[in-house]
Structure formats: structure tokens, C-alpha cells
Design a protein around this ligand. Structure first.
Ligand SMILES: [Cu+2]
Length: 586
């Protein structure tokens, strides 16, 4: 029996007084630890003045124990105690978090460890949990409101006009302007890697900022199992321990064939267990850099407390390329420029104030709303139909300037909820992701993941569905197939015990860590009978990816992006598992 109390707390975070939402006064909440086969009984008391909930992330539980208000239970009202009780049918590293409002962003999360009924298929002498998260001293509701008002509010990385001229001298005006115009039409910027960044976030490792130096002690020669869990609301982390090879043995709580890596990207809600064996040095830095490079969480593995190893050099922020976005490289070549070519003139580029001698200018891109060009004068307009890789609204209007006007539809088959369409989405399970893999380090890719035990889930799918992950970054609308949650008519029907293949096409320029409650997703990564089971699958920008499910629990389950604000802004659906016989079907 475990007792958890949810309340407003007051804690010191990074030297400042903070008021997180906490469990038993702690951030992260206490480690819950059980053994496989046991029945967990957890009493949760809500001392907030709003409804709360706890969802057991990655655990197979009956729907009324899953903890999603409005989907599977009414939530825990202020002052109430709800008793969760369910049998533990699995083992491994999992976690729990609130599924109400912004409580998870405000600190309501903790690790959930289930020891195996028998024994682990790998050896280690000690272990630690490394829970990563992103803390904001702002009210999360205010962060969300600012994002809604102006999609790139937290992205201060936008490229300056000086960058434009630098690119032009390197790549020529034709390519540079073509590139900028494509980004402008999509109302995005290639620096839009994450929409909430280190400008508001303090990145935490087990609740501590990098300078607080959370430390795990080790004895010389021992093997340490490190259970990495990303409880970040909006942050992908790139994790490495310089000078230490990591042997990855578990992904999302499921054992995998050991794979040696020097770095891995962990999306929000994923977990990875690695084994390390420190030798030689007294201290090693556990370094978890935010994907957009706007900051990092860090801690130390050390022989004794008080030690520190050097902090690795920070990397430059990555840019997404049009290829990342699932756009054809040919599209660039197909774009027309004024016949005169070379240096564009004021006439050719009416939206840009540009000195004719093309000297670098200082104003930020922000001052020139996304390089917006009036659609009726943009030189590329007549060629839109001829561009093989792109499907853009033909009347694509300039970005920020028209945000108050009606949204153009054009040929956009998904409507205003989808401002981009990846026409050439590609499989990216072999790719480490934007900004990774160029440093000569061995970086984890999804195709490395091979389930350790096999059996039971190799059947050929009987049915397939395709869902597009869609968004309009400028308006901060996120959803499936162009519709946010509130616009979706019906739950997505899954048949009880059918073998279903779900294909996701990411039409947006952001990665979306997609989480399906209540059943495993078998990730199609080419590993055949060894395809891994995951509860959260990161779908990269411009990626087309499939997973199989075999729903064996009736009821309603949430399926959503685990970027918390994307979920709140609409990227959520309810999946309804029904017995076809009960529906009168055969
Ligand atoms: Cu998302």
C-alpha cells in the first residue's frame, strides 16, 4: 500500500523559491517500487483546489485505473482520495504523472519501478533513477497563452538578416531566397525545433539544476544501471556521459538486445535503461542537452560527493532542412527567380527592405515578419503547381501580417489546422534525428531496438489505418488529420483482439512523441519478430512510421502527443476498443 498526497509545494529550484505541484512534498515525486505479479494498491489524496489525477505511464491496467479524467474516470476532486488497485503484469522502468491541466508541467511526476518476477537478463551491482524534466518559474497556463498568441514566442533563435546575407554569399541568392520563401510560406522558421525553450525553462535532473550537481556515487569497477526517464513537458533531451560507453538494455520498460551507444535522444515520456561501468576517472558528467540546444540538465557520477567532471562543450543549434520536413530537394531547383538572377532587386523582393549593395543588416527576422512576401507579388507564385515536392495553399498569404485575416484553404486537403503537408514523408527509423549523428559518436537510432524476448505478436495485420499528425505552428493548433481534439467527432475504433497496423504521417516540422494508453505499440523498425514494444514513439518531422497493436483490453484509451502543450492544443484522440461481436459484426 502506498499513500500519495498531491499538494502545492514550496521548494528551492536552482536557488530560487518555486511553487510546484508535488507528490508527498517532493519533486520528482517518490519512487514507487513493486514486484511483477503483485497487486499495487495506491491511495491518492488530492489537496489541490482543482481536480487532479495520476496516470501510470506505460502500465497495462484496466481502463478505470488508467487515470485520465474524462476518458477513463472522473478525476480526483479536491479533498478526495481515490484508490488505484491493479495487478502488475510487466516489469521495468516506468513513471507516473498527472493527466489534468498543466499539473505535470508544474511538477507532478515520479518514477515507477517494477522488479521482475524472476530476474533481469543483464547484470549490475547498483542502480539509480535519472528523471529529466523542464521547470518553468512562469505559470504554465501563461506559457501556453503566450504560445497561442504567438507561436514562436519562446524561440529567440530566429535567424537574423545577417544570416540571410551569409547564406547568400555561400549558396547564391537564388537558393537562399528560394529557401527563405519556402519557410515563410510554411509560416515557420528552420530554427523552430522546439516551441518552448531554455528561455523559460530550467532543465532538471532528479529535480536539480545543473549547478546543483545531483550526484550518484559508484565504487570502482561496478556496473551501474541508470534508469533514464524523460518527464519533460516539452523537451527532448540528448543524453551522453563523456568518456563512458553506455549499454542500452531497456526501452520503455521492455528489455532489448544490448546495444552500445555513446549518446541517445530521449523524447518526452520515453525511458531508456543503460548500464555503465566507470573506470579510470573519479567523476563523469551526466549530460542531457535540450534538443534545441537552448540549455541542459546535468549531474555527476562520482567516487565521492563534491566531485565534478568537465561540462562538455555546447553544440550549435541545429536547423531543420527542407528534406527533414519531408519536402523534395528538387522543389528548391524548381523555384523560379527573376530572370535577371543574381542579386535580387527591391522590385523583385517587395517584402524585403534590402540595400542594393547587399551589406549585412542588423534587424532581427522578427522585425520582418518571417520574411513574409505578399503572395500576389512573390516571384515563385506562378510556379507553385509545378513544384513536385510541395503542396501549399496557392494563395499562401504572408505569415504574421495576416494573422487576423481568414486562413487560406487553397488545395490544402486538411484545412486550416494543417499549414504544411509533407509530400514525401520518409521512414526515419534509421536516423538519429535533427542535430545528432554528425559528431562521430555512436548515437541510438530506433532501428537498433530489438526486443529480447519474442513471440505472440508477429501476425500479419488484418487492417490498416493512416493518421496524419498535423499542426499550424503560427496559430498553435495541433491535431490529427487537420482537426484538434474538440473538432473530432468520434473516438478512433479499434476492434478487440484485432491485428491492426497504424501508420502515422507527420506533416509538421516538429517531432511528436506519440503515446498510446492501454496497449503496447509494436514499432515497425525492420526487426521482424524482434520489433520492440513501446508506449511512446517519437515521430520525427516529415516522418512516415508504422506500429502494430493488438488491443486486448476493452474500453476507452487516450492517444496523444506527449508534448504537453501540443496535447492541450488538440493533438489527442480517444481510441475505443470494442468487441466486434458485441456490435453485431462478425
Ligand atoms: Cu506534438
Amino acid at each position: 500500500m502506498s499513500n500519495l498526497v498531491i499538494a502545492n509545494g514550496r521548494l528551492n529550484i536552482d536557488g530560487q523559491s518555486a511553487t510546484p505541484t508535488v507528490v508527498n512534498g517532493l519533486l520528482p515525486g517518490p519512487v514507487l517500487r513493486f514486484r511483477e505479479g503483485e497487486t499495487a494498491t495506491i491511495r491518492v489524496t488530492n489537496q489541490l483546489d482543482e481536480t487532479s489525477s495520476i496516470h501510470w505511464h506505460g502500465l497495462l491496467v484496466p481502463p478505470d485505473m488508467d487515470g485520465v479524467p474524462g476518458v477513463s474516470f472522473p478525476g480526483i476532486r479536491p479533498g478526495e482520495t481515490f484508490t488505484y488497485r491493479y495487478k502488475l503484469r510487466q516489469n521495468g522502468t516506468y513513471w507516473y504523472h498527472s493527466h489534468s491541466g498543466n499539473q505535470e508541467q508544474a511538477g507532478l511526476y515520479g518514477p515507477f519501478i517494477i522488479d521482475p518476477a524472476t530476474r533481469d537478463p543483464f547484470a549490475y551491482e547498483s542502480e539509480c533513477v535519472v528523471m529529466l524534466s523542464d521547470w518553468t518559474f512562469e505559470d504554465p497556463a501563461r506559457v501556453l497563452a503566450k504560445m497561442k498568441k504567438f507561436g514562436s514566442y519562446y524561440n529567440f533563435n530566429r535567424r537574423t538578416m545577417a544570416d540571410v546575407f551569409r547564406d547568400a554569399s555561400r549558396n547564391g541568392w537564388r537558393a537562399t531566397i528560394a529557401d527563405r520563401m519556402e519557410w515563410a510560406k510554411m509560416r515557420m522558421d528552420p530554427t523552430d525545433i522546439a516551441d518552448v525553450t531554455g528561455s523559460t525553462y530550467t532543465y532538471l535532473l532528479n529535480g536539480q539544476a545543473a549547478n546543483q550537481n545531483w550526484t550518484a556515487l559508484f565504487k570502482p569497477g561496478e556496473r551501474i544501471r541508470m534508469r533514464f526517464i524523460n518527464a519533460g513537458a516539452m523537451t527532448h533531451f540528448d543524453v551522453r556521459i563523456p568518456d563512458l560507453e553506455m549499454t542500452l538494455v531497456q526501452a520503455d520498460g521492455q528489455n532489448v538486445e544490448p546495444v552500445a551507444v555513446e549518446e541517445f535522444r530521449i523524447a518526452p515520456a520515453e525511458s531508456y535503461d543503460v548500464i555503465v561501468q566507470p573506470r579510470g576517472a573519479e567523476a563523469y558528467t551526466i549530460f542531457a542537452e535540450a534538443m534545441d540546444r537552448s540549455g541542459y540538465a546535468a549531474g555527476t557520477l562520482a567516487l565521492r560527493s563534491g566531485l565534478r567532471a568537465p561540462m562538455p562543450e555546447r553544440r550549435v543549434r541545429p536547423l531543420r532542412t527542407m528534406a527533414d520536413m519531408g519536402m523534395s530537394g528538387d522543389a528548391m531547383g524548381a523555384m523560379s527567380m527573376p530572370a535577371s538572377g543574381g542579386k535580387p532587386t527591391m522590385d523583385a523582393m517587395p517584402g524585403m527592405a534590402m540595400p542594393s549593395d547587399a551589406a549585412p543588416m542588423q534587424p532581427k527576422m522578427d522585425a520582418m515578419p518571417d520574411m513574409a512576401m505578399p503572395a500576389d507579388t512573390a516571384p515563385t507564385q506562378p510556379k507553385m503547381d509545378a513544384m513536385p515536392g510541395m503542396t501549399m495553399p496557392a494563395d499562401a498569404a504572408p505569415a504574421k501580417a495576416t494573422s487576423k485575416q481568414a486562413e487560406p484553404h487553397g488545395p490544402d486537403r486538411h484545412g486550416p489546422g494543417n499549414s504544411t503537408i509533407a509530400e514525401m514523408p520518409a521512414s526515419r527509423v534509421n536516423e538519429p534525428g535533427t542535430g545528432l549523428g554528425d559528431a562521430g559518436r555512436r548515437v541510438l537510432v530506433y532501428s537498433d531496438l530489438r526486443r529480447l524476448s519474442t513471440g505472440g505478436r508477429e501476425g500479419v495485420p488484418e487492417r490498416e489505418i493512416e493518421l496524419h499528425l498535423t499542426g499550424n505552428m503560427d496559430r498553435q493548433i495541433w491535431g490529427f488529420d487537420g482537426k484538434k481534439y474538440s473538432e473530432a467527432e468520434e473516438p478512433i475504433p479499434f476492434d478487440y483482439r484485432e491485428r491492426l497496423r497504424v501508420t502515422l504521417v507527420n506533416d509538421t516540422m516538429m517531432d511528436h512523441p506519440m503515446h498510446l494508453h492501454g496497449m503496447w505499440m509494436v514499432l515497425e523498425n525492420g526487426a521482424g519478430a524482434k520489433r520492440p514494444l513501446k508506449h511512446t514513439i517519437n515521430v520525427k518531422a516529415g516522418e512516415r512510421l508504422s506500429f502494430d497493436v493488438e488491443p486486448d483490453e476493452l474500453g476507452k484509451w487516450a492517444f496523444h502527443c506527449h508534448l504537453l502543450f501540443h496535447m492541450e492544443l488538440g493533438m489527442l484522440r480517444v481510441v475505443s476498443v470494442v468487441d466486434p461481436k458485441a456490435k453485431g459484426r462478425t
